[in-house]
Design a protein around this ligand. Structure first.
Ligand SMILES: [Zn+2]
Length: 156
């Protein structure tokens, strides 16, 4: 999925959670969810977050490659508890985990899928239904924008 779709999806889900808890949707935890939803694509120098940290992104892209370490389920299963434990299970850490996992969920829908394990390059898994940048990718982005627009007009 494109970076904008990951960002919009995470913001829509996080804002919906905030709304269900009768909170303002323009909060730091929602922003954390949006940023963490972009983080797995740090392994691609032309991604939204990769352009911001080009040397790091280039390094990760050249060694393990795109959709390897940062797009692995076992990496996420290791990273999210570390963030949660180091923040004493704070609310923003849960939003971090939500954003990161939402990225892997959406990328698992794409033709390239995600990795089950960073230790096995042949462990690609996913539904392989959606082409990145295709019609469904754009439809998900637009649906998330509509949800966000609704939430902002009703609850901001
Ligand atoms: Zn990705």
């Amino acid at each position: 999925m494109r970076g904008y779709t990951h960002l919009a999806f995470a913001l829509a889900v996080a804002s919906s959670i905030e709304t269900l808890q009768h909170r303002n949707i323009i909060t730091l935890p929602v922003a954390v969810a949006g940023i963490s939803a972009l983080m797995p694509d740090i392994d691609h120098p032309d991604s939204m977050i990769g352009r911001k940290v080009k040397p790091v992104s280039w390094f990760i892209n050249k060694l393990p490659g795109h959709r390897t370490i940062t797009h692995s389920l076992d990496f996420a299963v290791g990273l999210c508890p570390v963030v949660l434990l180091s923040s004493n299970f704070s609310y923003w850490a849960w939003m971090f985990a939500l954003g990161y996992v939402s990225h892997l969920l959406l990328d698992s829908l794409t033709l390239n899928g995600i990795k089950l394990s960073i230790f096995r390059q042949d462990s690609t898994i996913g539904f392989r239904l959606v082409r990145t940048g295709g019609v469904v990718d754009t439809a998900i982005f637009i649906a998330c924008l509509l949800i966000l627009s609704f939430l902002i007009t009703k609850h901001a």
